[in-house]
Write a protein that binds this ligand. Structure first.
Ligand SMILES: Nc1ncnc2c1ncn2[C@@H]1O[C@H](COP(=O)(O)OP(=O)(O)OP(=O)(O)O)[C@@H](O)[C@H]1O
Ligand SMILES: [Mg+2]
Length: 289
């Protein structure tokens, strides 16, 4: 069950006036579009996420090993790599679920993720979708979206509270985006696996998070659902930054302009899918499995 939690958290104020960013892109190789993503989040260098020298150890085993990664504003980045490479651990670090033993993790220019709680990170605008859909099966599609919009702690208080016109419009918009308009009153439990995944993505979108993390989103989907997911992610990029972990290379090829290959907790290669697929170290790692 995942409802946006309500701990008090104020975003740091923007340090610079909001105006179109002229120095888009970054010396740190992020391929951001350079725009600001929302009040309070400072992305003046076009980088929404900065990870430097991140290491995570589990009883001496290094799941992440001096990892460096930069995600640009509006970018759609795919992360690939063999099982156990550290992809999920990477998402755990970004969302505050796992603390790195050392390294820096910044959301925008000013928010230090290593000193924020999971709740604070979610409220600052990092939305995460786990592999298994976690919708409220007994509630309708509409009610699920309604709940996701509220920051109230109580499910029932949220459902009782009246929606403003603006909130209803947002639900209508998200329903169209995830193609569930005709299922609006259906209990979520009766949706197909793929539709549940889309509903959960819709629930994330209700909060309009600048950064979305999606772990193996198309696992278990039909070909048609996978195709729609590709379309959906491409339409979300630009407005949001997306980090997508996926093993399905057909899917990765259909969405990614930039791919990062993880291996043994570090970045092995980065570039277009074609570039990384031609990289000898990458070929070795995949064929050596
Ligand atoms: N809580 C934990 N305790 C001990 N070891 C862990 C823990 N979480 C992850 N690991 C180990 O860290 C390594 C990286 O795991 P992770 O789940 O991040 O890999 P992954 O790239 O997501 O793999 P997959 O593609 O199979 O999902 C693995 O060897 C895993 O066994
Ligand atoms: Mg994983």
């Amino acid at each position: 069950m995942r409802i946006t939690p309500t701990a008090e958290f104020m975003l740091e104020p923007a340090f610079f006036p909001v105006e179109p960013n002229k120095d888009s892109g970054s010396s740190r190789e992020a391929i951001g579009l350079g725009q600001r993503v929302g009040p309070g989040l400072d992305t003046r260098h076009g980088t929404i996420l900065t990870l430097e020298d991140i290491s995570v150890s589990f009883d001496g085993f290094k799941a992440l090993n001096d990892l460096n990664l930069y995600i640009g504003v509006g970018e759609l980045r795919c992360i690939i790599g063999p099982n156990g490479a550290g992809k999920t651990t990477l998402m755990d670090v970004i969302t505050g679920k796992t603390r790195p033993s050392h390294g820096k993790a910044w959301f925008g220019e000013t928010l230090d993720l290593t000193s924020m709680s999971e709740v604070q990170i979610a409220q600052a605008g990092i939305g995460r979708k786990f592999q298994k859909p976690t919708v409220f099966e007994a509630l309708s599609v509409f009610e699920n979206l309604e709940l996701a919009q509220k920051t109230d702690k109580s499910v029932w208080a949220s459902l009782r509270a009246r929606l403003s016109g603006e909130q209803k419009d947002r639900i209508t918009e998200v329903l169209e985006t995830i193609r569930l308009t005709s299922s609006v009153n259906r209990p979520a439990g009766l949706l197909s696996h793929g539709q549940k995944q889309f509903l959960e993505i819709g629930m994330l979108l209700m909060q309009d998070p600048p950064l979305l993390l999606l772990d193996e989103p198309v696992a278990g989907m039909t070909d048609a659902e996978t195709e729609f997911t590709a379309e959906l992610f491409k339409s979300l990029a630009g407005k949001h930054s997306l980090m997508v972990v996926e093993h399905d290379m057909g899917f990765v090829g259909s969405i990614a302009d930039h791919v990062t290959v993880l291996h043994q907790g570090s970045v092995l290669a980065e570039g277009s899918l074609e570039q990384v697929q031609d990289n000898e170290r990458v070929i070795e790692v995949y064929l050596g499995r």
